[in-house]
Design a protein around this ligand. Structure first.
Ligand SMILES: NC(=O)c1ccc[n+]([C@@H]2O[C@H](COP(=O)([O-])OP(=O)(O)OC[C@H]3O[C@@H](n4cnc5c(N)ncnc54)[C@H](O)[C@@H]3O)[C@@H](O)[C@H]2O)c1
Length: 346
């Protein structure tokens, strides 16, 4: 049984907690959180944009610490699950590695590429694993697309376009601060940057055109360039000012013998889904049965991947620190390209 200590009981701490209740081979043994009410199990003030609202949780059999740093000395904790605000990730993950723990850290890995590199190094020095919670590949539409690409059933991967656009999250006070949250690319587009890196490898250069808000990119279109010049990969990312569409994400992925299409948009009156479709060369529209509907399911699968890799003593091909570091590198290169104009080498 792998024993987890949860650092930070906010929205993600709650979603991970729900995941631990359903995943096998793993047990929550400790929590850390400075908010007294939450530390003692009253999670009713936790709200997010998916999953159930927070509840009263029984923490009577779980060790409690007011600060994650105090939890690091707990010998019962094998894995520190870092659900802290983004600016705390690097410091917490490095300290947890140095304390001899495996680390499972929410995205974004860290705000700077230097911090990401230090996190990878600290885990490697400690001979412990580092997982970054890039959950997107575990969402059913994305998981199905990845599995079809890898199966080779529809031939070579030719490219794709990836979209992730939200309305201005005015309730997030730190969102636009490069030193606290990182803005739309680091906080949001990082999911697609990670997916692009996972599917196509590391681009050799990129070119982004966009609008800035202060130091960070508000909205941009990016073309990613690879050593294989036949790969055509792009992304649309960022924030629009209108509140009518809170969130949209999706993709169109091109293979030699099929195109895969998916999009979901949360409009202020209702959500609208364009379910995953596979358009084949002979004119068929295949609509795979993939289940889903509850995004918190993906977190159960993500935790299962962490458990599997710790038990196998193998790094995760999906959640590794190396991939997540590369995603942060891409986001910063995109910002550089928007500011400088033109192609930026990676
Ligand atoms: N994967 C996803 O889909 C997804 C969705 C939302 C958020 N996130 C990421 O999850 C992370 C956390 O986001 P959130 O929305 O849960 O934030 P949050 O602010 O709701 O929760 C963070 C919690 O950490 C606690 N904390 C602060 N200092 C602490 C300390 N020293 N020791 C222990 N706890 C401490 C805070 O009190 C707070 O309760 C962020 O990196 C965010 O980007 C990921």
């Amino acid at each position: 049984m792998i024993r987890v200590g949860l650092a930070g009981i906010g929205f993600m701490g709650w979603i991970h907690y729900l995941g631990y209740q359903r995943a096998s081979g793993v047990e929550l043994v400790a929590v850390s959180e400075p908010n007294e009410k939450r530390l003692h199990g009253d999670w009713r003030d936790i709200k997010g944009n998916f999953g159930p609202p927070g509840e009263i949780v029984d923490l009577s059999r779980v060790a409690k610490y007011a600060d994650y740093r105090d939890m690091l000395a707990d010998p019962n904790v094998d894995v520190v699950d870092c659900c802290l605000p983004p600016a705390m990730h690097a410091q917490a993950a490095i300290a947890a590695s140095q304390a001899g723990k495996h680390v499972f850290c929410e995205k974004p890995m860290a705000l700077t590429t230097g911090d990401c590199r230090e996190m990878v190094q600290a885990a490697s020095n400690a001979e412990k694993q580092l997982f970054i919670g890039h959950v997107l590949p575990f969402f059913p539409e994305y998981a199905h697309a990845i599995q079809l690409i890898r199966s080779g059933q529809y031939g070579k991967l030719l490219g794709g376009t990836f979209k992730r656009v939200i309305s201005d999250p005015a309730w997030m006070t730190d969102f636009w601060d490069p030193n606290r949250c990182g803005g739309p690319l680091i906080d949001l587009h990082v999911h697609d940057a990670h997916l692009i890196r996972l599917l196509f490898g590391m681009p050799s250069s990129l070119s982004s055109v966009g609008r800035l808000r202060g130091e960070v990119v508000e909205y941009c279109n990016t073309t990613f360039h690879f050593t294989d010049p036949s790969l055509v990969v792009s992304a649309v990312s960022g924030v629009i000012n209108q509140q009518g569409r809170a969130f949209t994400h999706g993709f169109e992925i091109h293979l030699e013998k099929a195109t895969m299409h998916y999009e979901f948009a949360g409009f202020s009156d209702k959500g609208e889904l364009m379910p995953l479709k596979i358009l084949t060369a002979d004119g068929q529209v295949v609509r795979p049965e993939i289940g889903g509907g509850d995004p918190s399911e993906a977190f159960v699968d993500e935790i299962a991947e962490v458990v599997k890799c710790i038990e196998a003593k193998e790094p995760s091909p999906t959640l590794s620190g190396d991939l997540a570091r590369d995603a942060i590198i891409l986001c910063h290169k995109q910002t550089e390209s928007v500011k400088a104009g033109g192609v930026v080498k990676i």
